[in-house]
Design a protein around this ligand. Structure first.
Ligand code: PLP
Length: 474
């Protein structure tokens, strides 16, 4: 049955102004001058429609409708504010996982941020030769640095390492065979699976050996006139322990040479330095893998390298030239923001002290005593809170490198364990996540664990603030 106009009248529609009436109000005119007429009009229409809908469904009585009508402008402002606040915002990573893919992997070093700030709002010679006054090569800024670090090698930068692997396989082995050990048919988080990428690249996977043991003869026997590549894949996020055997890169390279077949390693992490001073001995560096003779390697820019999301392919000049000639490159090439940040990050390596400037390496190399000292200072601050419902204590524990790198290594750390007389660990952790500057912690045995290794020292004060809020909240 249709509502008569008098029935509508009684429900309170009469309290609501029209769109035009609202648009004429001074406060609204101010909003229009700050944003745009269209944007404000659209929001007013949506807001009024939502209220009318509630009235029709009998969800608001006369008194409520009247009150809402009076507060319409405030409600409009709140609507705009919610719409205009960005979805992505800063969080404090207290998980102890340094390369946390869900939290954006590597944070950029200050020099990379400076370059982005200076140049991302301007024109730049991204792909333009100033000397010749015409189109130049996009890879030059990075290639210049890579060839200094690894003499005789060239490189290509793409969007991420998954794209790098796809591109190299498609370039060197489309319609041909690629030999891979069964122990290296890995899946990296987020559904990057070597067999599937291989299939998409048009290359034919030829698996050899078994999950735990693959020998040189296994590769050798699989080689045919149609073999285009020997591929080694870094066991990024797992290790096979116990009764195992795998072929060393040097042996694979020697085999490849004998048969005139190039050898690729998908190394993943992009580690550029010797990590043994930090207790990490099983993550070879780019330099080491190249020194063993790998003809072409690929890695991520935002894992241990500590730069922007990217995939970096480094290798023999002739192979890289073929990759550069592949039309697929256009579909996966990196943008100017990536080149700006990557150039600055690599420059930190060239300068020779990346541990002091690149956040991933800073966190990795922070001494335990420093974490202990910071933890003590935080606990002391919290001890001053009267009537606190929180119990906080320092615990020994371990951080992880993360990002599908170095899965077995635990970096000794100092943790702050938080429990409450009022709340469960789940509630505490939710409260920490839902504050304006979220703190992301982990839960272990009904305790909220804050790992200081991934919290920047400059964030300690904010952490104390967050915990004080919790201590005093009901
Ligand atoms: C991380 C990783 C990838 C995927 O790299 P993205 O940069 O995330 O695309 C591929 N292979 C290996 C061995 C990895 O560790």
């Amino acid at each position: 049955m249709k509502n008569t106009s008098s029935e509508n009248h009684d429900k309170g529609f009469r309290f609501l102004p029209s769109v035009d009436q609202l648009m004429e109000k001074n406060e609204v005119k101010q909003l229009i001058s700050r944003y745009s007429r269209e944007f404000i009009l659209h929001n007013i229409r949506e807001l009024l429609a939502a209220i009318r809908n509630e009235i029709s469904q009998g969800k608001a009585d006369l008194q409520e409708v009247k009150k809402r009508a009076e507060g319409l402008i405030d409600e409009l402002r709140q609507r705009l504010k919610a719409q205009l606040s960005p979805f992505l915002h800063r969080v404090i990573n207290a998980t102890g996982v340094i390369i946390h893919t869900n939290l954006g992997r590597a944070s950029l070093c200050p020099s990379a941020v400076e370059r982005l700030q200076e140049l991302s709002c301007r024109y730049l010679n991204l792909e333009f030769s100033l000397e010749e006054g015409r189109r130049g090569a996009r890879d030059l800024p990075v290639e210049r640095l890579i060839s200094r670090m690894f003499p005789g090698k060239s490189c290509v930068v793409v969007n991420n390492n998954a794209a790098a692997v796809l591109l190299v396989l498609n370039t060197l082995a489309e319609g041909k065979e690629v030999i891979v050990s069964r122990g290296e048919l890995v899946e990296v988080g987020g559904s990057f699976r070597i067999p599937e990428v291989m299939e998409k690249s048009g290359a034919v996977l030829k698996e050899v050996g078994t999950t735990n043991k693959t020998r040189l003869q296994d590769y050798e026997r699989a080689i045919s006139p149609n073999t285009a590549l020997l591929l080694a894949v870094h066991q990024s996020n797992f290790r096979i322990l116990g009764f195992t055997e795998s072929v060393r890169m040097e042996e694979l390279v020697a085999l490849g040479r004998r048969h005139g077949i190039p050898v690729m390693e998908d190394m993943g992490s992009g580690n550029m330095i010797d990590l043994s001073p930090y207790g990490i001995t099983d993550e070879p560096s780019v330099e080491e893998i190249l020194a063993k003779g790998a003809n072409i390697i690929s890695f991520s820019g935002d894992k241990l390298l500590g730069g922007p999301q990217s995939g970096i392919i480094v290798g023999d000049k002739e192979l890289i030239a073929r990759v550069k000639g592949n039309p697929l490159l256009r579909a996966v090439r990196a943008g100017k923001l990536t080149y700006l940040a990557l150039e600055a990050t690599l420059m930190e390596y060239l300068k020779g002290r990346p541990e002091v400037s690149i956040p991933v390496l800073q966190m990795l190399s922070t001494p335990l005593e420093e974490l202990q000292r910071r933890a003590e200072a935080i606990i002391e601050e919290l001890g001053k809170v009267k009537g606190s419902s929180l119990k906080v204590e320092i615990m020994e524990g371990a951080s992880k490198v993360g990002g599908g790198t170095i899965p077995l290594v635990e970096l000794p750390s100092r943790l702050i364990a938080v429990t409450s007389t009022r709340h469960t660990a789940d509630t505490i952790s939710r409260k920490l996540r839902m504050r304006p500057l979220p703190v992301i912690a982990r839960i272990q045995e009904e305790r909220v664990i804050i790992d200081l290794r991934t919290v920047l020292p400059s964030e300690d004060r904010e952490l104390v603030k967050a915990l004080k809020e919790l201590a005093l909240a009901d």
